[in-house]
Design a binder for this molecule. Structure first.
Ligand SMILES: NC(=O)c1ccc[n+]([C@@H]2O[C@H](COP(=O)([O-])OP(=O)(O)OC[C@H]3O[C@@H](n4cnc5c(N)ncnc54)[C@H](OP(=O)(O)O)[C@@H]3O)[C@@H](O)[C@H]2O)c1
Length: 186
């Protein structure tokens, strides 16, 4: 039976991660708000039949609970979750962990975090079934020029992280911290 993956925030920087998971043989559910953007993740894939769309705003906590419960009902327990969730939705990850742990089967969560996470200790979700790892998005620096990572650099780094068992990985660099660019979308 195919393994199940869920990618949250899948139609932006994680588009190629979703498609890569489908190429690896996963059945991949892609979550975001805009169904048109989600369809383009599927339609640009070499394995469109393995990409399933879930249009849901992760700020809507009750609806998110129900959507994830329905997902497990429909597709069975998830094996791998990759999550990029803006800091404006602090309840989203706990809801997802709670619902995905209900089947009492172990699953892996790769949490994609902005650079500031590097300065914070890793706070793991409280579920004995969830194996939590995080990948921190840094920046890139060449001489005096410094910039945030591109979608391709981020996708490559997340795909590398999916192929290791390291608890924490950094894409790009986070030091020297004072050299980071001014604004980062988190
Ligand atoms: N350290 C770094 O270098 C770094 C860090 C962060 C970002 N960036 C860059 O900045 C760009 C912008 O970042 P971004 O996070 O705005 O874009 P993004 O990853 O390109 O898109 C965010 C993803 O999350 C989904 N999303 C957003 N709000 C949501 C909600 N309330 N509920 C469900 N899904 C939601 C979006 O789809 P919908 O809009 O359809 O919901 C989309 O799939 C990135 O493309 C990346 O290149 C760089």
């Amino acid at each position: 039976m195919a393994q199940e993956a869920l990618v949250i925030g899948a139609s932006g920087m994680l588009t190629e991660v979703s498609r890569w998971l489908a190429r690896q043989g996963y059945e991949v559910t892609v979550l975001g708000r805009d169904p048109v953007k989600l369809r383009s993740v599927r339609d640009g894939s070499t394995h469109p039949e393995s990409i399933h769309l879930l249009s849901q705003d992760y700020h809507q906590t009750d609806r998110l609970h129900q959507a994830i419960a329905d997902l497990v009902e429909k597709r069975g327990p998830m094996d791998v979750v990759v999550a990029w969730i803006h800091s404006t939705a602090p309840h989203a990850l706990p809801v997802i962990v709670e619902e995905l742990s209900r089947p009492e089967k172990h699953w892996q969560l790769l949490h994609v975090c902005g650079s500031a996470a590097w300065r914070n200790p890793m706070t793991e979700p409280t579920s004995e079934f969830c194996m939590y790892r995080r990948v921190i998005l840094g920046f890139t620096c060449a001489g005096e020029h410094t910039r945030w990572l591109t979608n391709d650099e981020i996708a490559d780094g997340v795909i590398d992280a999916l192929q290791t068992t390291e608890r924490q990985m950094i894409v790009g660099q986070v030091e020297p911290w004072e050299k980071r660019p001014a604004y980062e979308a988190i």
